[in-house]
Structures are given as C-alpha cells and as structure tokens.
Design a protein around this ligand. Sequence first.
Ligand code: ZN
Length: 330
Amino acid sequence: MKRLPMLLALLCAISIVPVSANSQTPQKPDRQVAITIDDLPAGMADRLPAADITAMTTKLLGTLRDQKIPVVGFVNEKKLYKAGEVDARIKALQMWLDYGFELGNHTFSHASLNQVGLKAWEDDIIQGESVTRLLLAPRKMKLRYFRHPYLDTGRDLQTRRQAEAFLVERGYRIAPITLDGWDWMFAGLYEDAKQRNDTALQQQIVKEYLSYHDAAIAYAEQLSKQVVGYEPKQILLLHASNLEADHIGDLLDVLRKRGYRFITLEDALGDQAYSLPDTYVGEEGTSWIDHWAITQGKIPQGAPPFPQWVIERTKQLHLSTGQVSAEPAP
Ligand SMILES: [Zn+2]
C-alpha cells in the first residue's frame, strides 16, 4: 500500500475545518454503511477466558442492539474448542442470534487462501459450518455469507475463480469490505493496556483508533468517487474485541458525523458497485475499492499512514492477534 504523508496532512486539514464556521447549515451527505464484525467469538479467544468473552460479547451486542445497528458476525469455530469452555463459548456465539444479529462463516481456523491452498481452504470452510449451522437452523436462518480471512482472495485468478465457484456452490455470498481502519491492531494494544489497568494508554489508543478510522473512511470515500464514480453503500470491517465492546458507540458517532446511516449487509450488497469487474489477485488482502481500482489500472494512492507508535508498541509486546498474515507496512 502506497502512503503519501502530504495527502494525509491534507485530509486531516480538511477534516478539522469547523463546519459551523459560517452561518449556513452544512448539508450532510446521505451515506450508508453495513457493519460486519469478524473473528467471533473473539479475536483474542486464545487468550481470553470464556467469562471474559461472554462479558465482552454482552457489552458489544448491547450497544449494537440499543442503537438498532444491523450486524453480521463472522465465525471461526476453532475458537470454540477450549477444554472445559466449549459450552460457554458456544453460548457466547448464540448470543449474537439471541440479540437479533446474523452469523456468517469466516472459516474454521482463519486459514488464508493465499497460504494453505485451495483444497485445504475449502475443507476449512466446510469444517467451519458445523456449530453455526446448528445454531441457525432452529431460527430458520441460513449460513449465507462468507468473509475471507485476511481478505486473502487468491494469489492467481484461476484459484480465485475456483474458490468463488466453490462458495456459490455451497450457497454463500462473499461479503466484501470497503471500509477498514485496522481496528484489530488497536485492539491488541488496548487489550494489553486494559489488563494492566493503564487507563491513560487506553484513552490514547481510543483517540487514535477513532481519528484513524475517520481518516481511513474519508480516504475510502474519495477513492470510491474516483473508482466507482460515486460512494457506494459501504461495508465496514471490524473485529470482536474489548476495544469494540467498550468503544463501538464512539465509532458509530464518527460514522454518523460523516453522514452515515446503518443498513444491512444484504442491502449494501444490492449496490451495483459489488458487480463491478474485479480481477484483483495479490499476496496482500485488501479492500474491494482497491480491487476495482487495480482492475481499472489505477493505483490507489494517498491512504493515511497507520500510526507508527501503535505499530512500534505492538512489536514491543510481541502481540500476535492471529488476525493478519502480514506485518503492516512501515
Ligand atoms: Zn479475521
């Protein structure tokens, strides 16, 4: 990903211009976004006891339900299998349905199509269906959405197309993403600060997490216009974490300030943008706006740089959140 500091500075400058400086009421654009949350029951399920996962889930889903935000959560069933905690972890997953949300498949073990090869990846998808299907069945709900781990969609076009055909055959619709503020990176650091009761650092992380999302979303909006010709119904990628449980309300406010209202994934996927030509292949998973840009021969430029101190601190802690294959670019 190319990152130009000048453009970031420009974006920041634009975003801090007080909109109420003159007497005219600014017209908010009508923007729409579907919220998706990956790595259920929790991104850091390996390190969190079931009680913490349940508490995190209760808080996260409470906010989303209170604010009537439609959400699809994407499951890695492998995270359910911890000795003595399987029932409790399944219950945490069940809560998503009890609260009125939907579940999708994110493979059993969070396998990357770019790493494990097509056959193993397909097996991982099938293995990842068992519990989720059982939970959906009594509600007459189908497992209909799939999210690629690491957003890795294949290193070559043949693999990509075969994988897509496999997904269609099993009744899945791919859930692309267009907005991504790398919340999992902030979440790892936040979890560590929370466990050490370092509230000052937690606040610092939250501030950065919100401002980076604002900048990343502004960037995606302008890239959308260049590539799609308009701002499509966007799809935001988030992850199940204590950071989101504690602060998703603040993030939703950032989105509202940008003029967003919240729609279902089904509604978002009805946007014709999601039928645009897409021949993207690559080592690095990325947003579908990048897919469409690269397919058109455009090189996405001007993405805001990820805050360096978050990268440095994450390295120092040797945090592995199990959510990405690649280290972020410096
Ligand atoms: Zn994931």
